[in-house]
Ligand binder design. Structure first.
Ligand SMILES: [Zn+2]
Length: 362
């Protein structure tokens, strides 16, 4: 049996574009309906900063074109999801911190695209420091969910755009606020785009999780109270990354997305373009964007890795975004596998509890 943890980054586009109902609420409802049918569990990584901004702006009388309060719809949706057994944890994109809605669009602070670079305290450039940002984010999720579950705790983070490098200061702040795990790394990830910057190429995809001391990127020699749970990814050639499902989804989102198209829009010669397409790239295991055949390829890799694994409990973390969820190929594949009983779905909190249990028995 293979354990999968389906995580969903619940947010608009990194550019600030998109519609809360079309790109978050409706596709998430669709996913929740599918999950109910096949007993799958999600972990919703709720982007709290855009929630604050949308809420504040709507309540100040700027409706942003919505006829109902979109922030209320988001809070209501995660309450319902949590009552159905799904987990909700913290996702932060700091570019939203001082966002302003002007002339029909969001102006974000792209200087703070990377969470680890948010200064300890507020400055002229950013109105909230890192510690306060994490503490308030946690408090917000707990205040949204306590009415439906008084025992709910927010204690896992996913940083925006997988930017967790360097992680020392952020890890310190997370520990101070009672966090127990992070899930921002992905196997083999390496980006230096001007916006995102990280290098996870040393991380081996055969290792399901590790305990950390001072850095999220270095495994501790001993068991500690803090875990890194990386997203599963595989190195594949770019030309194979862009199958029909991904291309069709990308075309639908073309007007909204900046970060994904920015790199590929640079002018390249024909030969450079071919070389670029044939080069390998770490691709995260995506349950919203993948075709069935790619799901199958990643699933078979996971089975192989878990069979050869050195640990008795070997979970795999997948990722998805409601804004990418136009086609059901990937989730259909999982539902077929679930029917044949080869998969167990766990939330991230369940995975953490299981890891703690496994490690305390030894
Ligand atoms: Zn995100």
């Amino acid at each position: 049996m293979t354990t999968l943890c389906l995580t969903l980054d619940y947010e608009l586009f990194g550019s600030g574009k998109g519609n809360v109902y079309k790109h978050i609420i409706e596709p998430t409802n669709h996913l929740l309906a599918i999950c109910a049918k096949y007993e799958m569990k999600l972990t919703i990584f709720f982007e709290v900063v855009e929630y604050w901004k949308i809420k504040e702006t709507f309540e100040n009388g700027e409706t942003m074109g919505y006829d109902k309060n979109p922030a209320e719809a988001m809070a209501k949706q995660i309450r319902i999801a949590h009552q159905l057994g799904h987990d909700v944890q913290l996702h932060i994109h700091p570019q939203w911190v001082d966002a302003q809605y002007k002339n029909g669009e969001w102006i974000l602070n792209m200087k703070y695209w990377r969470l680890p670079e948010v200064p300890e305290n507020a400055t002229e450039d950013i109105s909230i420091g890192l510690g306060e940002l994490i503490r308030k984010g946690k408090e917000e999720l707990e205040s949204i969910l306590h009415p439906v579950n008084p025992n709910y705790t927010c204690n896992v983070l996913r940083a925006g755009g997988y930017n967790i490098d360097p992680s020392e200061q952020l890890l310190k702040v997370l520990k101070e606020n009672g966090f127990v795990a992070d899930s921002s790394v992905y196997y083999g990830g390496k980006v230096d785009s001007g916006l995102s910057q990280y290098d996870y190429t040393h991380v081996k995809k055969e290792i399901p999780y590790w305990f950390v001391n001072d850095s999220l990127l270095a495994a501790s020699n001993t068991k500690t109270d803090f875990l890194e749970l990386p997203v599963f990814a595989k190195n594949i050639t770019r030309i194979r990354k862009y199958d029909l499902v991904r291309v069709r989804s990308a075309l639908k989102n073309k007007a909204n997305s900046i970060e994904k198209l920015k790199n590929s829009s640079a002018k390249k010669s024909k030969w450079e373009s071919i070389k670029h397409l044939m080069a390998k790239e770490a691709v995260t295991w995506d349950f919203c964007l993948f075709s069935k055949s790619k799901m199958n390829e990643f699933f078979e890799s996971a089975i192989k890795i878990s069979k050869a694994s050195e640990v008795s409990f070997h979970p795999f973390v997948l990722v998805g975004h409601p804004k990418d969820f136009y086609f059901t190929h990937a989730i259909d594949y999982l539902s077929e596998k679930a029917n044949s009983n080869r998969i167990k779905f766990c939330t991230i909190s369940e995975v953490i509890a299981r890891i703690k249990k496994t490690n305390s028995q030894k």
